[in-house]
Ligand binder design. Structure first.
Ligand SMILES: NC(=O)c1ccc[n+]([C@@H]2O[C@H](COP(=O)([O-])OP(=O)(O)OC[C@H]3O[C@@H](n4cnc5c(N)ncnc54)[C@H](OP(=O)(O)O)[C@@H]3O)[C@@H](O)[C@H]2O)c1
Length: 326
């Protein structure tokens, strides 16, 4: 079977599509014929890797797992002897983060617990957009103690035009929030089309200096200091960041902890991420079924051109999700 692999760390150029052995499902594993996969920032981060300390988990000298791609949707082709939840032909989707990645391939093989059934009426492409980014959007709009956004809140999504942002904008709107989306100039119309009430062009305007205040700020890729962002929070406001450089991540963790302790504001990195948490997946699929959330698909690339797909996202050209089709 064909699969995207890389043998060393580096840029998008280390990725190639090669013939590799097709896996046999053992024990509680299922073999899934991939119908659609989608690109996430995390796929690009895994190449570097970024942040650099991720080598501690991924392999010091080179990647332990050669496969790439987290978001997958497809059909069960074969099941191992101890599989109880699925049978051949079932439509499933997954975030393979905890299962050695590998979505950019003709087949994936992982334990059955990695997968959930695709809801009736949802296409493979739609399902492939959800697992990583939509779940991060739900969890970035909620604290570990369950506190979340409510109707009337002023919510700012920094990085509204990428993978997580479009889901976050739509989810916040569905909950009745007044939503501001931050993106570069040429993507502002796209962010408006998602339902954002206001947009801010980060190439000309620093939202932390506008004198506006927000009840909840979700940041997909930190570009401001914690202290600057604190100025833009309403009393009791919340700031959650998903990622950034090693420096901004450490600052969010350490300074965020101090701010959260000594003020009424909560600031910090999402550190309790539950990949493909079934309750959060259900939240998104219900919002989709109600017509409140629609995956924004930017374009499609064949698996043989997965390097171009990764580069398209890496160059900041995508508006929403990029699909890879085997
Ligand atoms: N915390 C956790 O547990 C956890 C778990 C998994 C993943 N993650 C992280 O979550 C993040 C998910 O992000 P994503 O996939 O949505 O990323 P993405 O698609 O790359 O989006 C990043 C956004 O940042 C915006 N941006 C770029 N430069 C900017 C600037 N100077 N100021 C403001 N915005 C700027 C981009 O806007 P334009 O496109 O308009 O330029 C883009 O919309 C990744 O960093 C991933 O590593 C975190």
């Amino acid at each position: 079977m064909k699969a995207a692999v890389r043998d060393r760390y580096g840029s998008v150029d280390v990725v190639e599509v090669r013939e590799v052995d097709r896996l046999r499902p053992n024990d509680d594993q299922v073999l899934v014929r991939v119908r659609a996969a989608s690109v996430n920032r995390a796929d690009l981060d895994a190449l570097g890797p970024k942040p650099a300390f991720a080598r501690l988990f991924m392999g010091l000298r080179g990647p332990r797992a050669p496969g790439l791609g987290l978001d997958v949707a497809g059909e069960i082709e074969a099941v191992g002897p101890n599989v109880t939840r699925f049978k051949a032909g079932d439509r499933v989707f997954a975030d393979l983060f905890l299962y050695r990645n590998g979505a950019f391939a003709e087949y994936v093989c992982a334990r059955e617990k990695a997968f959930l059934p695709i809801p009736v009426g949802m296409t493979f492409e739609e399902a492939a957009t959800l697992p990583h980014s939509a779940v991060l959007a739900v969890q970035g709009l909620r604290l570990r103690d369950g506190r979340t956004i409510k109707a009337g809140d002023r919510v700012l999504i920094d990085g509204a035009s990428g993978n997580v942002g479009p889901f976050a904008v739509q989810i916040a709107k569905a909950k009745g929030a007044e939503v501001t989306g931050v993106a570069r100039t040429e993507k502002l119309d796209f962010v408006r089309s998602l339902g954002a009430d206001h947009v801010i062009d980060y190439t000309t305007t620093d939202y932390t200096k506008m004198g506006e205040h927000y009840d909840w700020i979700l940041d997909t890729d930190s570009h401001h200091s914690v202290l600057a962002i604190r100025r833009a929070l309403s009393p009791g406001g919340v700031y959650v960041t998903l990622g950034g450089t090693a420096r901004t991540i450490f600052a969010a963790v350490l300074l965020g902890l101090v701010v959260s302790r000594v003020t009424d504001k909560h600031m910090g990195l999402l550190i309790w991420w539950k990949p493909f948490n079934p309750q959060d997946v259900a939240t998104v699929t219900q919002l989709m079924a109600a017509g409140a959330v629609r995956p924004a698909i930017d374009r499609r690339f064949p698996l043989t051109e997965v390097v171009d797909a990764l580069r398209w996202v890496d160059d900041g050209r995508a508006r929403g999700k990029v699909i890879v089709l085997p």
